[in-house]
Design a binder for this molecule. Structure first.
Ligand SMILES: [Zn+2]
Ligand SMILES: [Zn+2]
Length: 388
């Protein structure tokens, strides 16, 4: 989609036309972004009643809540070990596993002695096969994973249940698990190490919510309080998909067309580059280009519910280190900067955004746990080997 700004100048009165031409001048200053697709938001890590330690969290409840906060997709990722790998006849066979508007990915949390990972698939697959090889050598697991044609993602990779497998098994990594932002520092460090070593690996979010609020005759559990702190959408993963379909969502996840926001109402981070110096931003997150050693123009933009008076701090990370920090405010806060990627070696740039968090009244205590973290982008790459 080429963004065009065709504003008709009003002819009714001078005041109106003055106002309109002023608006036009402002609009024309906006950068031209070349891309074609649709932004979709969702949660990639949610447990339903098919995970034995969850409470008051039926699939219908998850779906209804997701719809009420305008999610486009969700992946219910129950622990596979709780059903001995037979996700197919539990989560996916649940009569509630259906929706006319919310896209439901097929997946599960691969719950193993060496760590946890989520599978994301656009169609049912033989999850049992992945469960059955969980303790085998990684090279054998990789063969099974590839034959299933699934996207595998490392979950909460550091701390307890760290991801003790080769990261060459995964296409993405959970860099933002739950509303508790500060505990993700090691996940971010691992992500930067993977990127710095030449892996184009997508960073994504997941609430890992297990507990819903009791409704009807349901009784509260000892963990019911968690639903106010962490639930569907804390954080929210945005994907830029070619179309609104399960296949396009998984494709966008695999290719890094992804940013993460603290909740469904927080602004979305968009990150673009103009690598061929034609004045148009033709690259976006996940894209990889050959560096000519010349300065490249970059654009960071916050879309959606930005807070009118908020001063957002935008930090640019280049090859794992802070390159610069900017401040932006307004309806569509925006920052442009230039930098020259290495002519020989690899370079990646990614963005984090901090500031006052947008309210999420449905999960009212989540904002305090997210602290100042508003969102993060995936990288734009230069000189990475696409066949790595
Ligand atoms: Zn887990
Ligand atoms: Zn989990």
């Amino acid at each position: 989609m080429i963004v065009k700004y065709n504003i008709t100048i009003g002819m009714l009165c001078i005041a109106l036309s003055l106002f309109m031409s002023n608006a036009k001048a402002q609009e024309e200053a906006k950068p031209v972004i070349l891309n074609s697709g649709v932004w979709l938001k969702g949660d990639l890590h949610v447990h339903s009643r098919h995970s034995t330690e969850s409470s008051n969290n039926s699939i219908a409840k998850i779906i209804n809540f997701s719809k009420s906060v305008k999610m486009d997709y969700v992946c219910i990722t129950d622990h596979d070990n709780h059903v001995n790998g037979d996700v197919e006849h539990h989560t996916w066979a649940d009569p509630e596993f259906k929706s006319d508007s919310l896209l439901l990915l097929y997946g599960a949390e691969w719950t193993t002695t060496r760590g946890h990972g989520n599978v994301f698939s656009d169609k049912p697959y033989k999850h049992q096969r992945l469960f059955d090889v969980r303790d085998e050598r990684d090279v054998n697991i990789g063969k099974v994973k590839n034959s299933l044609g699934i996207h595998l993602s490392a979950n909460h990779p550091s701390g307890k249940d760290n991801f003790g497998f080769s990261y060459d098994l995964v296409q993405s990594i959970e860099v933002w698990n739950s509303s508790v932002w500060p505990k993700n520092a090691n996940a971010i460090m691992i992500w930067d190490d993977m990127l710095s070593s030449g892996r184009m690996m997508t960073g994504r979010g997941g609430s890992d919510a297990h507990h819903g609020l009791p409704t009807g005759s349901e009784k509260p559990s000892a963990n019911t309080y968690q639903a106010e702190y962490n639930y569907v959408g804390t954080p929210t993963t945005w994907v830029f998909a070619k179309e609104k379909s399960l296949t396009a969502i998984v494709d966008a996840l695999t290719h890094g067309k992804v940013s993460v926001s603290s909740n469904p109402f927080a602004p979305r981070v968009e990150f673009y580059a103009d690598a061929n110096d034609d004045g148009k931003f033709e690259m976006m997150m996940g894209d990889n280009s050959i560096s000519k050693g010349k300065p490249v123009k970059f654009l960071v933009q916050l879309s959606g519910n930005t807070l009118p008076d908020a001063d957002y701090t935008i930090t640019i990370i280049k090859n794992g280190k802070k390159l610069n920090t900017y401040h932006a405010k307004g309806k569509v806060p925006m920052v442009q900067f230039e930098d020259a990627p290495e002519i020989k070696g690899r370079t990646y740039y990614r963005v984090t955004v901090e500031g006052t968090n947008t309210a999420y009244p449905q999960v009212p205590k989540s904002m305090a746990l997210s602290e100042n973290m508003v969102g993060l982008s995936n990288p734009i790459y230069f000189n990475f080997d696409p066949k790595f």
